[in-house]
Design a protein. Structure first.
Lengths: 100, 316
């Protein structure tokens, strides 16, 4: 079966998720996202949870955190550290690739 | 069906203690975790290790597996002997957090499927649940990321058939890759995931962009880099030269006195988007070989005229 897809969205740094959107697409309770915000892993725009706006990259961060917790029994601060280190490794890898 | 040597997969001996099995699993799970690992085939290895651990950590499943004997080789054609699981009660239950949907046919034939019969019963009347979101990677060339493209992709979709077994079905989709996608970015196709239950909507399909390596360009986010070989005289005297970009050739002035490694920016010539990327041109001076006597003379003349020691900073 072949069909054309019309509703295409780029989930990038300009994309905005509300707290409810993020919970729905990551299949998590709001408490999980709130814990990640309090841990400093996600930095939404807006003052209170009902105003929060997350960028598209938050979705991947939530998913990686859930996977690390489930598969490697990493707690939230550990997952926060792992995410920061993974970001740093990606940055260094790009630099190495550019310097060839 | 291929035999799976769970001991070999986990790199342990057949008489390994439960503690050794646990330690081997944790080490391999960290090494091959698909979110962390850059090893090739990390995801397949992670699933394989999870399946091996599912069997070996459970004394009952391990005993049953061990009684198949130690003469089987990894990958060898295998059928379970009739009545082999007599006396064991693991079939259809006793699973942990590992995602058993990813386990091999070999595992399913030996130990059954997780969840039990009730798991796959039809929906209750009035029950509604949004369909599952599906995820897949799609390889995209840098040219397609720059210009946008339409791509036909084939997805392997898991489905439960009429007999309650999990089967995979090929699903073909024509996907429009929007221009300006970058490495690791996701695009969402609403309603193209798993079907909903009851009147609930279908899930979404997420495609993760994997930019394919390019023969001349490298990429960092939206910025594109190209190494540009130039002659010593172009570097010394300056020259207007032609530069390849993803949008076509452009003319660029190399300033006089340029050095190898100098980086020149072509603003807005990188990957497009709300913030346009730039293209960086990294100069690489290439000295021609002196082949003829005339050419050698030219170099000797330069040596006399230039009074140049590139190693002066090294004190030699």
């Amino acid at each position: 079966m072949s069909r054309h897809s019309t509703h295409i969205e780029i989930i990038d740094e300009y994309f905005e998720f509300t707290l409810a959107d993020l919970c729905q697409c990551c299949t998590v309770q709001a408490e999980t996202i709130i814990d990640m915000v309090e841990e400093g892993m996600l930095t939404p725009l807006g003052k209170s949870p009902s105003d929060w706006r997350f960028t598209g990259t938050a979705q991947r961060q939530v998913e990686i955190t859930l996977h690390l917790q489930r598969d490697l029994r990493v707690n939230l601060p550990g997952a926060a550290l792992a995410l920061e280190l993974m970001e740093e490794i990606d940055r260094l890898r790009s630099q190495i690739q550019i310097k060839g | 069906m291929e035999f799976k040597d769970y001991y070999e997969i986990m790199g342990i001996k057949r008489d390994a203690s439960q503690g050794e099995i646990k330690r081997a699993y944790r080490k391999l799970a960290r090494k091959y975790h698909p979110d962390v690992s850059k090893e090739s085939e990390a995801e397949d290895r992670f699933k394989e290790v999870g399946e091996a651990y599912e069997v070996l950590k459970d004394p009952e499943k391990r005993t049953a597996y061990d009684q198949l004997g130690s003469n089987w080789q990894q990958g060898q054609d295998f059928q379970p002997p009739p009545g082999w699981q007599d006396g064991f009660e693991f079939s259809g239950g006793g699973y942990t957090e590992a995602n058993s949907a990813n386990f091999s046919d070999f595992f399913e034939d030996l130990f059954g499927r997780a969840g039990g019969a009730g798991f796959q019963q039809g929906p209750q009347p009035g029950f509604q649940l949004k369909g599952e979101d599906h995820h897949a990677k799609v390889g995209v060339s840098l040219e397609d990321a720059f210009h946008g493209a339409e791509r036909a992709i084939t997805l392997k979709m898991p489905e439960v058939d009429a007999t309650g077994h999990l089967v995979t079905r090929d699903r073909k989709l024509n996907v429009k890759i929007p221009k300006g996608v970058t490495q690791g970015q996701r695009i969402r196709l609403r309603g193209q995931g798993g079907p909903g239950t009851g009147d609930a909507p279908a899930g979404d399909l997420y495609l993760e962009i994997d930019l394919l390596p390019h023969s001349i360009y490298t990429v960092d986010g939206r910025d594109v880099y190209v190494d540009l070989p130039i002659t010593p005289w172009e570097a010394a005297l300056g020259e207007k030269i032609s530069i390849p970009t993803l949008g076509g050739k452009v003319e660029m002035k190399i300033p006089a006195g340029s050095q190898s490694g100098s980086k020149l920016r072509l603003k807005g010539r990188g990957i497009p988007g709300k913030r346009k990327g730039d293209q960086f041109v990294v100069l690489k001076i290439q000295a021609p070989e002196a082949k003829t006597e005339e050419q050698k003379k030219l170099y000797r003349r330069m040596q006399e005229e230039m009074n140049f020691n590139p190693r002066s900073r090294l004190g030699v």
